[in-house]
Ligand binder design. Structure first.
Ligand SMILES: O=C(O)CCC(=O)C(=O)O
Ligand SMILES: [Fe+2]
Length: 275
């Protein structure tokens, strides 16, 4: 097995393994690399659905994403990205094509127990474009000016699916009402012990204890501090890549800049901590 760091602070690729049969010792190295690097890509895999599920379950429990219309019909814990991109009239469905591209975000902040990880397996990749961009929440926290750090303090943020804009187009009509759940904005990672700026401008609705105008202003201010120089890693996909990111310390966004007539298809699972 070969491990190569890819970005200055985050991102690593792993070569020379078959994730269908990994002994515990090898998996432990992969897991530790993931904790150290926030996002890892295991290259050159050829997987059936069960292989992808079995490997993903080594990171935690699989959780059915609230977007029912993009789930696999027989396996609710599997989301398929990039299929049914064109409507019946031949027009590009921007919600499918642009999924994950509106904001830098962390997945699953709208749940009481947010997603620990998200894992994708690349089945089809376009000739150019379509990268996934990643950035470190640790770096965002480390660079936060002292005044802002004091303003946030121990405050909680309220998060919903779709946030203030109620961007719920991927959800069925009956699933569009959300009650905010509250998470500390400065969050200590349960496994690394490092602090990060746990933040998502597209999901946060309010900051605890502040009048709406101050809460909105602080949200805008924090948004400008999420992405730090040298703390990004841009993943250029290859078919057969298995990429997992840590939602407790990583922001991501899809570039949504590839030729729409080309396929870009991934299997995707949301992973929560083991019960
Ligand atoms: O398609 C991508 O590059 C990532 C989309 C995304 O935000 C997600 O799967 O959570
Ligand atoms: Fe996402």
């Amino acid at each position: 097995m070969q491990v190569n760091k890819l970005g200055p602070q985050i991102g690593a690729e792993i070569l020379g393994v078959d994730i269908r049969n990994l002994d515990q010792e090898t998996f432990d190295v992969i897991y530790q690399t993931w904790l150290d690097c926030n996002v890892i890509a295991v290259r050159d895999q050829a997987l059936e659905l069960d292989d992808f599920f079995n490997y993903s379950r080594r990171f935690g429990n699989l959780y059915a994403h609230p977007s029912k219309s993009t789930r696999h019909p027989e396996h609710p814990e599997l989301t398929i990205l990039g299929v049914n991109k064109f409507n019946a009239d031949g027009k590009l469905d921007k919600v499918i094509y642009g999924r994950g591209s509106d904001n830098w975000h962390t997945d699953g902040a709208y749940d009481e127990i947010p997603f620990k990880a998200t894992q994708l397996y690349a089945l089809a990749i376009p000739s150019h474009g379509g990268d996934t961009l990643f950035a470190s929440m640790y770096a965002a926290y480390d660079a936060l000016p002292q005044t802002l750090r004091a303003q946030v303090g121990n405050r909680l943020g309220g998060f919903t699916y779709g946030g203030r804009r109620k961007a719920t187009a991927l959800l069925n009509q009956e699933d569009r009402d959300w009650t905010p759940v509250w998470h500390p904005i400065i969050r200590t990672h349960p496994e690394t012990g490092r602090k990060g700026l746990y933040f998502d401008p597209g999901k946060i609705v309010a900051i605890e204890g502040l009048p709406k105008n101050e809460s909105d202003a602080l949200i805008d201010e924090l948004t400008t501090h999420m992405i730090q120089p040298d703390a990004e890693y841009h993943h250029k996909w290859r078919t057969g890549d298995v990429v997992i990111w840590d939602n407790r310390c990583t922001y991501h966004r899809a570039a949504a800049d590839y030729p729409p007539e080309e396929d870009r298809i991934h299997w995707r699972v949301s992973i929560k901590p083991p019960a």
